[in-house]
Write a protein that binds this ligand. Structure first.
Ligand SMILES: NC(=O)c1ccc[n+]([C@@H]2O[C@H](COP(=O)([O-])OP(=O)(O)OC[C@H]3O[C@@H](n4cnc5c(N)ncnc54)[C@H](OP(=O)(O)O)[C@@H]3O)[C@@H](O)[C@H]2O)c1
Length: 331
């Protein structure tokens, strides 16, 4: 009985997780907030084997009963849903903290009620990275945690939401009879399966389309850690399936400065409008994924991700001349 539930199934990361599970023979329960919203969730029904083995459930993270219904009969839950804003949020408590923290509590309690055996909670590299005490040239491993006070002082509410949710998750795992593993991906890039754009795809699109950049031809040369969405999906399944997985896993493939990333894109796709001037931005973002690699994880080269992603944006029409920069995201 290989039946698992994926929360927020229509989202960017979750859609790839659902696709992977279906390709591996799993029966999948996917939670979505609005099953009738074809624009947000229609792509799920077109996935191979979806007709036979994908069942969508209407559920909100703040509605415990709806989660219980969705998890019923599942041996595992992959908790992916959490708001990822692409802009400043006006009410962090309502927009980020409640769905992330109370939502995760509801998921874990619903897992206990449904007698789920194992849960993977998708946290974030932002629950690792905002730590001013960590030496800047030392790679951050799973022992490094975002400093909540520091993140709040910088208005990094997304980081606060993910860190508090992950702390609660690992505390819950100590007390209850449920195997819980967390995974902390860095910035997720790669082709999209869904038709509505998500926050991090918007970031990559801004490297190619000038209309998406506040600085026009100028851009900050920031070092950022990335992982391909397909490699992340494999990692989520790996930690779920491997009986030896435990605790927290960083999932990041490489850290690259924007200037270098853009140069790689320009080599393959020279026809687009890349930033020309870079202002130097200090700071490192070195995440260490050795624990995950030791479990058997592998990742593709950045060049492959770039080719597949830009082709995906071309097919989706985002790069057509004169087409405005997307003004709405999934959030
Ligand atoms: N993208 C990244 O770079 C990145 C990096 C690290 C970690 N992550 C984590 O990966 C996960 C997925 O992110 P993503 O990039 O795939 O973002 P996304 O495409 O915006 O997906 C977010 C999902 O969360 C769901 N959601 C939000 N609030 C909800 C609520 N109250 N009840 C039920 N569902 C709710 C959304 O549902 P609707 O479809 O109904 O809106 C959506 O399916 C998140 O946990 C995020 O923190 C992402």
């Amino acid at each position: 009985m290989n039946r698992v539930c994926v929360t927020g199934a229509g989202g960017y990361v979750a859609s790839w997780v659902v696709k992977l599970l279906l390709s591996k023979g799993y029966t999948v329960h996917g939670t979505v907030r609005d099953p009738c919203n074809e624009e947000k969730n229609g792509h799920l029904k077109k996935l191979k084997n979806a007709e036979e083995r994908l069942h969508l459930f209407k559920a909100d993270l703040l509605d415990y009963e709806s989660l219980c219904d969705a998890f019923s009969g599942c041996i595992g839950v992959l908790h992916v849903a959490s708001p990822v804003p692409g802009r400043h949020v006006s009410n962090p408590q309502l927009e980020l903290l409640d769905p992330a923290i109370l939502g995760t509590q509801n998921v874990l309690n619903a897992c206990l009620k449904a007698k789920v055996e194992k849960v993977v909670v998708v946290s974030s590299g932002s629950a690792v990275l905002w730590n001013p005490e960590w030496p800047s040239d030392k790679e951050m491993d799973e022992s490094c945690w975002t400093d909540i006070k520091y993140a709040k002082s910088l208005d990094q509410w997304y980081a606060v939401s993910k860190t508090l949710a992950e702390i609660e998750t690992l505390e819950f795992a100590k007390q209850d009879d449920l195997t819980v593993v967390t995974i902390c991906p860095s910035i997720v890039i790669g082709p999209m399966l869904q038709s509505t754009i998500n926050a991090t795809s918007l970031l990559l699109l801004s490297y190619i389309k000038e209309e998406g950049r506040s600085g026009g031809v100028t851009m900050e040369n920031t070092e950022r850690p990335y992982v391909d969405v397909r490699d992340l999906s494999e990692a989520i399944l790996l930690v779920f399936e491997n009986p030896k997985s435990e605790g927290r896993y960083i999932c990041s493939a490489y850290s690259i400065r924007t200037k270098e990333f853009v140069a790689k894109m320009e080599t393959v796709f020279p026809e687009y409008n890349y930033p020309k001037i870079f202002s130097e931005k200090s700071g490192r973002a070195l995440l260490n994924s050795k624990k995950l690699i030791n479990l058997g994880w592998n990742y593709r080269p950045v060049e492959e991700t770039i080719v597949d992603t830009v082709k995906n944006y071309e097919e989706a029409g985002f790069l057509e001349k004169g087409k405005p920069f997307p003004s709405t995201i999934r959030f």
